[in-house]
Design a protein around this ligand. Structure first.
Ligand code: AMP
Length: 332
């Protein structure tokens, strides 16, 4: 069975873009792959979270993923910091990762520009830590978004370089997981591109969103001044509302609003009210489940422990073999 590894940054609540764009695919993947899903809490230290914030962000991600249906009996769900073997492999990979190539990584260059006061070594070596996350389980596939493609390419470079240095074929060269269904882009509520936390709170619909906040956000979603003549083209913000409806509304409901748009009888207030109702229907079971899971400390602890044990089984085997390849020999 192919091994899939995917990391999740503990950056707080997940929005419906994360759900439809990533989590829904994870649910399919866990049925026929050996999946390792980890919460990347080492990675998150580049931004220096407080101890309280760190723990609460990790708890939220863990609870949300369980509430969405990631199954700890099918997949290995663990905290990166529970697997210290990752840091050892990170150290070995860093010995053959060069300053120049790390500085050329586009996410590093961007971060260096946006946070010039905090260009730390952790940020620079983000790709070697990511490579360690993947290679520690000798993964075949990694589900990556466009922004991570360059990191995955570097993982292959580091795996290959290790293999050449030690004249071995130990590490596989992992490739991007391609879903059968095409990748979707969920738009946000502010009328621009894809739903994203960086576009602000009002752009995002969180899967655990409170009912009244959800309604307010959707009723305030950006639209336009209405169709000026029959059969006119949808503007971007209105097309976004329809795209969101495609995720949660019945087709006949969508069709009737599209017809109303075409003959200029549409009222955006009604359109948004409908979207708010349908989104509420979609979200409400998750909202309850997320809350219950977050409060169930026993469940979180059992899942984290089981995940840590299973992840360490695989990771410690890799480290044992990598140490032999490198040439560490015990004197005792
Ligand atoms: P982020 O934490 O924003 O990098 O998101 C994690 C993952 O969620 C991404 O790699 C995408 O697969 C998915 N994702 C995030 N935002 C969207 C969106 N608006 N539409 C579709 N997928 C998304």
């Amino acid at each position: 069975m192919e091994i899939v590894v995917s990391g999740i940054r503990p950056t707080g609540k997940l929005h419906i873009g994360n759900y439809f764009g990533a989590v829904r695919n994870f649910l399919k993947m866990q049925e026929n792959h050996q999946c390792y899903f980890f919460i990347a809490d080492f990675h998150s230290l580049t931004t220096h979270p407080t101890p309280t914030d760190l723990h609460s962000s990790v708890s939220i991600v863990l609870a949300e993923y369980l509430a969405f249906g990631l199954d700890p009996d099918k997949s290995v769900i663990y905290l990166q910091s529970d697997v210290p073997e990752v840091t050892e492999l990170y150290l070995y990979l860093n010995m053959n990762a060069y300053k120049g190539e790390l500085e050329r990584v586009s996410t590093f260059k961007e971060k260096a520009k946006t946070q010039p006061d905090n260009i730390n070594a952790g940020l620079l070596t983000y790709p070697t830590l990511m490579a360690a996350d993947i290679l520690i389980h000798n993964a075949d596939k990694v589900p990556v978004g466009k922004d991570q493609e360059q990191h995955l390419e570097m993982t292959r470079t580091f795996a290959n370089r290790f293999n050449r240095l030690y004249k071995t074929d130990y590490f596989k060269e992992p490739t991007a997981f391609t879903y059968n269904s095409k990748l979707i882009k969920v738009p946000g509520l502010t009328g621009t591109g894809k739903m994203s936390k960086s576009a602000g709170e009002s752009d995002c619909i969180y899967v655990g969103e409170d009912a009244d906040v959800l309604k307010k956000k959707i009723m305030r979603a950006v639209t336009d001044s209405g169709p000026q003549k029959p059969n006119s083209k949808l503007s971007q913000p209105v097309a976004n509302i329809f795209s969101l409806m495609e995720l949660v509304s019945e087709q006949n409901v969508i069709d009737s609003f599209k017809n109303a748009y075409a003959d200029c009888s549409i009222r955006y207030g009604d359109l948004k009210k409908q979207l708010a109702e349908d989104m509420e229907k979609f979200i409400s079971p998750y909202r309850e489940r997320i809350k219950d899971t977050l409060e169930n400390k026993q469940l979180l602890s059992r899942v984290a422990r089981q995940g840590a044990e299973r992840a360490r089984e695989s990771a410690s085997q890799t480290i044992k073999e990598v140490r032999e390849i490198i040439g560490f020999k015990k004197f005792y």
